[in-house]
Write a protein that binds this ligand. Structure first.
Ligand SMILES: C[S@@+](CC[C@H](N)C(=O)[O-])C[C@H]1O[C@@H](n2cnc3c(N)ncnc32)[C@H](O)[C@@H]1O
Length: 185
């Protein structure tokens, strides 16, 4: 069975082509940026920490990839950089190797998600890994669940992928797809 992050990548890989613009909303150590850069035409990757930019730049250089723009800014500003997007990924929470007090925040996460939903092309997809074991994580989890639950079903399909029998706070995955055709049902 796929782990949530593996499922996130598979979900996005199904729609990304070499013609597409995609977004990594939480660059961190650059694992997702690399994954996207290998498949898309161009990646716009965001993080508020210089360390994330450096780690990701190194990772991409080692892979010989030059099609990612690494942006030192909050993902809530993504509308300044992108217009039409085929796919996007969020990994909420903190960067494990860095200051654990620097975490994604409910209000900016929702703002970014809302903007990305608006810019998503028909048939486009967003994957969001929700980590909520840290302080403030439950608040963000609930805000995100509230937001995605209210997306109109005629425009988006929203799915959750979550293990139900694990101890502690296993992360779960939200998958959003913007429908290709207006759903009259
Ligand atoms: C769980 S980590 C991301 C891990 C990353 N996807 C990887 O592959 O290593 C979360 C990241 O979100 C970043 N972050 C926090 N607030 C942010 C914001 N408003 N905009 C963009 N990134 C933010 C943190 O600095 C941290 O690097």
């Amino acid at each position: 069975m796929l782990r949530p992050l593996e499922m996130a990548h598979q979900f996005l890989a199904e729609v990304i082509t070499k013609e597409d613009i995609v977004v990594d909303a939480t660059m961190g150590n650059g694992h997702d940026t690399l994954f996207l850069a290998e498949r898309a035409k161009k990646v716009f990757a965001f993080d508020i920490q210089e360390q994330a930019i450096e780690q990701t730049r190194t990772r991409l250089e080692m892979a010989g990839l030059t099609n990612a723009e690494l942006i030192l800014a909050g993902h809530e500003q993504l509308d300044i950089y992108v217009e039409e997007v085929k796919a996007g990924i969020f990994n909420l929470g903190y960067l494990p190797s860095a200051d654990k007090s620097i975490i994604t925040q409910p209000n900016t996460t929702i703002l970014a998600l809302e903007k990305l939903c608006q810019r998503l092309v028909l048939g486009g997809r967003i994957a969001m890994m929700v980590y909520y074991g840290h302080e403030g994580g439950v608040c963000e989890r609930d805000a995100v669940l509230d937001f995605v639950s209210q997306l109109p079903q005629r425009e988006f399909t929203v799915t959750i992928y979550q293990t139900l029998n694990q101890i502690n706070h296993p992360p779960f995955l939200l998958m959003l797809e913007k429908l290709k055709e207006y759903n009259h049902g």
